[in-house]
Design a protein around this ligand. Structure first.
Ligand code: ACO
Length: 379
């Protein structure tokens, strides 16, 4: 077999390996459906708990079911002292937030004991915000804030991060984000989660491996650099110069391009609207104008740079604007993505377990055959 192997598909592009009812992407038309709803409708209307219930049960909960589901998740939020100690050490040693989340995720069922896959799924979803917020409080030299069971998922997350009850606009902004990115087809981290449970491993292992996959800049690591980029452009007032310099240096513009979308990522529109409302209320429309103007400049420059590749705005571009607006520190942007996407990862893991087949593709061997062994003293 050689690199020219006609069966070889680098990056599995265009290959379908699982059936799912969780989300559907039309990359040509720029349409994303989550649990049967257009992404903007779900993002605007749902609480995060409703989005998770929808993915798990394939329907919206009744009021009573929602109360029970919320209470169940809220009861699984606390972490033990040993996990806190690991997060403290990670913070004190300046480890990145995604590394801390990976360590915390791996310990998610330490305090919970052996449970069924759905209980494990609920536990990881519930505990992710606590892990991230605990790490962050230590990083800031503050004491961690205990989770509050009376607050809904998004509100409690901000409360634990900031140490005070957030206002409703910030909660709604964050919740819109959490709903928007909860699931997105068979992206790299979701594929990882499904691959892990396809061996009949467990949901906590699947979520832990997915955190590691999300960390990379080609997947979830882009919004931090996007914010740096936007701030530097806002300061210099020279978007054209910035873009020219980056592209001439052969660098990628963070927040643009996508493996599946050939048009503007529909999630960018949802987050743009949410961010606009937020910046408007916060009276910081100047920075937001810079962001919108820069988008036009970048898309135009990318079209000239790679004609025919359709490099359009992806979800990370307005993620940076919105999360910054609601007060999430940029060091936590990718962990915030994980706090949402863990709903999708676990729903996919449960879906995979329901109708499992071991995921085991092939590789194209490009090495030698029939070498003969030379003893070490003769090499
Ligand atoms: N800026 C400049 N050039 C780009 C960009 C970009 N953002 N994206 C792709 N290109 C170029 C590539 O350099 C490549 O050029 P080449 O053919 O000369 O090598 C060409 O366009 C095709 O790119 P691919 O690497 O084939 O695109 P792929 O589908 O593998 O990658 C990806 C998609 C990883 C998102 C890419 O567009 C990228 O790196 N974007 C910047 C990082 C980013 O925003 N990541 C977040 C993605 S969204 C998410 O995962 C939630």
């Amino acid at each position: 077999m050689s690199d020219g192997d006609e069966d070889l598909n680098r990056g599995l592009e265009g290959i379908k390996v699982a059936e799912t009812r969780l989300s559907d992407i039309d990359g040509e038309a720029g349409v994303l459906t989550i649990g049967g709803f257009p992404v903007d409708e779900l993002a605007r209307s749902a609480t995060y708990e409703e989005s998770v219930f929808l993915l798990f049960e394939d329907r919206l909960p009744t009021a009573d079911e929602l109360d029970d589901f919320r209470a169940d998740l809220a009861g699984r939020r606390a972490i033990g002292e040993e996990v806190q100690a690991v997060l403290q050490r990670a913070a004190e040693e300046g480890k990145p937030a995604m590394d801390a989340l990976r360590m915390g995720a791996a310990a998610a069922n330490l305090d919970a004991g052996a449970e069924d896959p759905e209980a494990d799924a609920r536990r990881v979803i519930a505990v992710f915000p606590t892990i991230v917020a605990t790490y962050w409080r230590y990083r800031e030299g503050a004491e961690p804030v205990e989770p509050r069971e009376d607050l809904r998922h998004a509100a409690n997350y901000l409360y634990m991060l900031q140490g005070e009850e957030p206002d409703e606009a910030a909660v709604r902004g964050l919740e819109t984000y959490l709903n928007t990115v909860i699931d997105h087809g068979l992206n790299a981290s979701t594929f990882t989660a499904r691959t892990v449970v396809s061996t009949e491993s467990d949901v906590v292992s699947a979520a832990t491996a997915a955190v590691g996959t999300l960390k990379g800049p080609l997947h979830g690591g882009a919004p931090g650099p996007v914010l740096d980029m936007l701030r530097s452009i806002h300061e210099s007032g020279d978007p054209e110069g910035y873009v020219r310099e980056k592209l001439e240096a052969g660098e990628r513009l963070m927040g643009f391009g996508h493996r599946v979308y050939r048009v503007r990522d529909p999630r960018a529109a949802v987050l743009e609207t949410a961010a606009a409302e937020f910046y408007d209320e916060a009276g910081d429309s100047d920075f937001f104008e810079t962001i919108e103007d820069f988008e036009d400049v970048a898309v135009e420059a990318l079209a000239e740079h790679k004609p025919g590749r359709d490099l359009e705005t992806n979800v990370e571009f307005y993620t940076a604007a919105l999360l910054d607006g609601v007060g999430v520190p940029k060091e936590l942007f990718t962990t915030c993505f994980a706090v949402s996407r863990v709903g999708g990862w676990t729903a996919h893991a449960l879906e995979q377990l329901d109708d499992n087949r071991l995921i085991r593709p092939l590789s194209a061997y490009v090495g030698d055959h029939d070498r003969s062994w030379t003893p070490v003293d003769e090499r």
